[in-house]
Design a protein around this ligand. Sequence first.
Ligand code: 5GP
Ligand code: ZN
Length: 114
Amino acid sequence: MDCIFCKLANGEIPTNMVYEDERIAAFKDVNPVAPVHILVVPKKHYSSLEDVDFENMDVIIDIHKAIRKIAEQEGFSKNGYRIINNCGKDGGQEVPHIHYHVLAGKQLTKLVTD
Ligand code: 5GP
Ligand code: ZN
């Protein structure tokens, strides 16, 4: 499958990993919208949240555990951060491989609606 995030997460395309474990990878967004903009993805391909069966929702816990570790490691756990998941066309998802945006490093605007 020709999926850019599969390739980045599994090392087929080199990238500066912010964080990596057995099932999760995290790297900087190529087009950051905040001082810190990290993408957290599972190494296994899922097109979107809607592609995850209730039986294998563990992947979502894995992502959230990784985010906590990244926040600690990168030093923004105390000041806070925002997590965004765009799901599907109306959600504004452009890359069809689950990814959570982690934004930090400044006081973000109250709500992102578009
Ligand atoms: P989406 O709109 O699908 O939620 O977000 C996709 C994100 O992936 C965008 O913020 C975009 O800047 C980022 N992105 C797209 N292609 C690449 C890439 O090749 N490398 C990295 N690091 N980020 C990418
Ligand atoms: Zn993929």
